[in-house]
Structure formats: C-alpha cells, structure tokens
Design a protein around this ligand. Structure first.
Ligand code: NAP
Ligand code: G4F
Length: 345
C-alpha cells in the first residue's frame, strides 16, 4: 500500500520563502495549497505560471473566517505560516497593520486549526525571527543567540513577532497542537524583495555594472546581520515539522557581516573596489531604533535535525549579483526590442 500524499497549506506563498518552499514540498510529493490575498488576477496568473501545481485559495490573515475556510478546503497535514508584514522599516510607519497581520494573524491561523477540530492532525510552522532578540549589548551571547536567549525586540515588527512566537508556543502547551517555531536569522537570495537591503544592493550593483543606474541610496552601513540563503532555510522549516516532537529552533550561519561588508563584496563581484562614488547616504532610511548585531547559533538545529546551511556569505552575494546581472540583461534586450518596434522613428 502506498502512503497517502501529504498536504501542505502555505500562507505568504507570494513572498520570498513561499517561493522556495512551494517547489521543495512539490518535489517531495506534497499537494500544495497557497493562500493568496487581494483582488489581483495578475498576481494569481504570475504565481500559477511559475508554480502550476499550487492550488490557490483566496484568503487574508486579517479575516479569520477566510483562514478557517482555507483550512477546511485544504485539510492540511502541515500548515506553514509565512505571511506577515515583514519589513522592519515599514512596521514603524504602519504599526497597527503590523500588529494585526504579524501578531493577530498567527492567532487566526491557530484558532482555525483548533476550531475546525484539527488540533491532533495539523502540524503548524510559525515563522519567528531573530528580530525578537534586538541585538543590544546586554543580552548578546558570545557564541550567538540561541533558543534560550533573552528577547528584546526593537521595532513594531519585532514586538508583533514576539506575540506570534508566544501565542504559537501557548497553543502547543494548551491544546497539544504540533507547533514548531523557527527563529530564523536573515536569509536572502534571488527571490528577496527589493525593499530589503541585500537585494537593493545586488540589484543596484548589477544595474550600475550594466550602465542602467548611476548610484544607490542607503541608510546605516554599520549594523551587522547573520545572512544565509533562503533555500537552505526553507529546508530547515520542513525538517522542523518532520521531527518527532514540536520545538523551537534557531536557523543561522553563525557569522555576522556589516552592510558595508556586503556592499564591498557585491561591488567586488563586478570588479569595483571603491564603491564610494556610487553610494549616497539617506537619513530617511535610518530607523527610529536599530538592531545593532544579529549573530545566531544554530547548534540545536544542526544536532537535532541534521540541518546544515550550504551557501556561505561569499556564495550568497555572488549568486544574487549574478542573478541580477542576468535580469538586467533581459531588461536591456526587452528595451532595445521595444525601441526598434517604435513606429515612425
Ligand atoms: P516576504 O517576502 O515579505 O513575504 C511576506 C508574505 O506575506 C507575502 O506573500 C505577502 O503577500 C504575505 N502577506 C502580508 N500580509 C498578508 C495578509 N494580511 N494576509 C495574507 N498574506 C499576507 O517575507 P519572507 O522573507 O518570505 O519571510 C517569510 C516569513 O518569515 C515572514 O513571516 C517573515 O516575517 C519571517 N522571517 C523572514 C526572515 C527573512 O530573513 N526573510 C527572517 C526571519 C523571519 P502579498 O504578496 O499579497 O503582499
Ligand atoms: O534588509 P533589512 O531591511 O532587514 P532586517 O531589518 O534585518 O529584517 C529582515 O530580517 C529579519 C530577521 O532578522 C526578518 F525577520 C525581517 O522580516 C526581514 O526579513 O535591513 C538590514 C539592515 C538594517 O540594519 C537596516 O537599517 O540594513 C540596514 N539598511 C541600511 N540601508 C537598510 C538600508 N535596510 C533597508 N531595507 N534599506 C536600506 O536602504
């Protein structure tokens, strides 16, 4: 007798991690459902073009009844909650929306599992974050933050995520739901949104290299982040839900680099040693409170789950720059075809 194919429900399927997780689960034989919000047919068409095997369900984390419907329709063995207002800077400008989505949204998902009678059958992954630690001197362990480190969030996003983290743990303890929280440090890649600093840099570097852009504007360059590759991290999410018991796990590389180091490495990839003529500083991009240094200690995930990241810092920067150069060339070709096609010139 063949085992039944598992079913997964993913919120945030249009985001970076959703775009890595959907194919990973499909390749493992899962039926994959994805929650898509809004009224845009274009978004739906784009998603289905790339992932034709995904069953899309129109729902919104802000609307509890829509999440209940999504759970009933998909009847998931595994529910990955990746949706959030995830941009730290944006969360300062829209703190209430951040609270509703990034905090209350988690509760809506957990309640949907409980209220539809799936507490014993649906495993839940909560996308917790290293932003919960805050990166201040007093709570920063020498070997990096781990699962027992103190939290001190420094943004509306971090505070909302901390609620999500604790309500997820509370539903594990109260109702016995298999809930695992991945405390993930920054992870990047070719799917990263251009509003995040790494992708903003690699896209600009590629465009400067191709003569499509003159410079880029950045905020603070001294903060340090523990940057890994998103493809490695979604594998860890899946491993957490295959473990024999629910738990919390840090995923990180154990190395921290400043924005300045990322910038230098990215410009080096296109043969530019001195990036100063290309980089402008903008006070408008500086946050009301900054997270100084994030360094994670992934020892528990490595030992318990056998998780290991494969891409290192240099490899990450290179793959992003090369991807964005290829993208820029496609843009150039499309532009020159459009110019040739201009009538009457
Ligand atoms: P992302 O690219 O910003 O994607 C966020 C997703 O959330 C998008 O698909 C977005 O949909 C969806 N979303 C936002 N509001 C929603 C709502 N009201 N209802 C339903 N969906 C909604 O984020 P990511 O980088 O993939 O990260 C995935 C998760 O991990 C997030 O929860 C993030 O906070 C967390 N996390 C990320 C990192 C990292 O370094 N990437 C590290 C730690 C934790 P639309 O396309 O419709 O906007
Ligand atoms: O790329 P960022 O916006 O990522 P941040 O704030 O570290 O948050 C990301 O990682 C978290 C995990 O630690 C996730 F939970 C969260 O969802 C998100 O994915 O900014 C990184 C650093 C910050 O110190 C920021 O102040 O880069 C600095 N920075 C400097 N100039 C900039 C810019 N950040 C952005 N986004 N844009 C700039 O122009």
């Amino acid at each position: 007798m063949t085992a039944h194919a598992k079913t997964a429900l993913i919120t945030g399927i249009t985001g970076q991690d959703g775009g890595h997780l959907a194919p990973l689960l499909h390749d493992k034989g899962y039926n994959v459902y994805g929650i898509i919000r809004g009224q845009s047919n274009l978004k739906k068409e784009r998603l289905l073009e790339e992932f034709p095997y995904v069953e899309l369900i129109e729902a919104d984390l802000l609307d509890p009844s829509s999440i209940i419907r999504a759970v009933e329709q998909s009847n998931p063995d595994e529910f990955y909650n990746l949706a959030a207002i995830s941009h730290v800077g944006y969360s300062f400008k829209n703190p209430t929306l951040t609270l509703d989505t990034t905090a209350r949204g988690v509760l809506n998902c957990l309640e949907a599992i409980r209220m539809t009678g799936r507490s014993d059958t649906t495993r839940f992954y909560q996308a917790s974050t290293s932003e919960m630690y805050g990166g201040l001197d007093y709570n920063r362990p020498g070997l990096g933050y781990d699962e027992s480190s103190l939290f001190h969030p420094r943004s509306p996003y971090g505070v909302a995520k901390l609620y999500g983290h604790w309500i997820a743990k509370n539903y594990r303890e109260s109702y016995g739901i298999f809930v695992s929280c991945g405390i993930l440090f920054n992870h990047e890649g070719e799917r990263r949104g251009v509003e995040f600093v790494t992708r903003k840099i690699t896209k600009a570097v590629a465009r400067i290299h191709l003569g499509l852009q003159d410079n880029l504007e950045l905020g603070d360059l001294w903060p340090k982040r523990d940057w890994g590759y998103a493809g490695d991290y979604v594998r860890g999410m899946w491993q957490m839900l295959q473990h024999h018991e629910p738990d919390d796990f840090v995923l990180a590389t154990g190395e921290a680099h400043s924005i300045e180091e990322f910038l230098t490495q990215a410009f080096n990839e296109v043969g530019i040693d001195d990036w100063s003529p290309y980089v402008k500083r903008s006070q408008g991009l500086v946050r009301p409170a900054e997270v100084d240094i994030l360094l994670g200690n992934p020892a528990k995930a490595e030992k318990t789950l056998g998780w290991k990241r494969e891409v290192d810092f240099r490899g990450l920067v290179r793959l992003m720059v090369l991807h964005d150069i290829a993208d820029g060339k496609t843009f150039q070709r499309a532009n020159s075809v459009a110019q040739i096609a201009q009538p009457g010139e």
